[in-house]
Design a protein around this ligand. Sequence first.
Ligand code: ADP
Ligand code: MG
Length: 272
Amino acid sequence: MSTAPPVIELRQVVTSFGAHRVHDGIDLAVQPAEIFALIGGSGSGKSTLLREMILLHTPDSGSVQVLGTDLKGLSRQAAQSLKQRWGVMFQHGGLLGSLTVHENIGLPLREHTAFSDRLINELASWKLSLVGLKPEVGAQMPAELSGGMLKRASLARALALDPPLLFLDEPTAGLDPVSAEGVDSLVLSLRELFGLTIVIITHDLDLLWQVTDRVAVLADGRVQGLGAMAELARSEVPAVQAFFKGPRARAAAVQADKVAAAASQETPWKPK
Ligand code: ADP
Ligand code: MG
């Protein structure tokens, strides 16, 4: 493992909404160029934890460090510049309906750089092709796109400022299997090409088995399991086991085994 400091480090994070304690002491660290997933049942606090990593929510106690910066007590200006160093793909896309796809992708550049219109257009076109969308999609409005295309377009926007860190909330939810597979390989290629650190919230077992390095299982306010999928699959913790029961979980594990067997030796996550 690398000796570089973690890209994200959470220590004893506690979060409550009224009397409801959602996080009861969360510790975790995400390493450089790692593809890290947060999983857990609905309401287990995944989205809130992600919001705490991107300065949209502040925990009641504990510390959150991202890209070497403690998020507590940042000045407005420091927060603004830090926010430009990560990209976020929200669950429901979050593109502006009144702008074309191309304008949406260029928007962060328009807001945060003094680049010329021409350069912004060129960079937006390059991001469009990077996520596998045809140039003509750029002229379309978000409402005209399929679910898979919308996810790709919002990924292109998240990548507009070339962030070293990317957050993806349910990147394959609602996609057909072929589109979802496309997202799997896109995520892998982003890490390979740019060394991005990627944090994913997902329920998608194929994505978890085939793309992630490590996974944190949230339940009852804590991290109940942390490790590669193959390690978690052997865990005896009930909250972790819950994810590996049932036909869908087994089918994904079998598929991952087949992929691993077909792949070369250096496949990092090869299950035993
Ligand atoms: P997950 O993403 O794992 O489904 P969330 O982080 O969205 O879970 O929510 C965790 C819990 O916190 C849920 O019980 C949810 O109702 C509650 N919660 C989240 N955000 C708020 C909020 N702004 N106000 C009150 N309760 C909230
Ligand atoms: Mg959520």
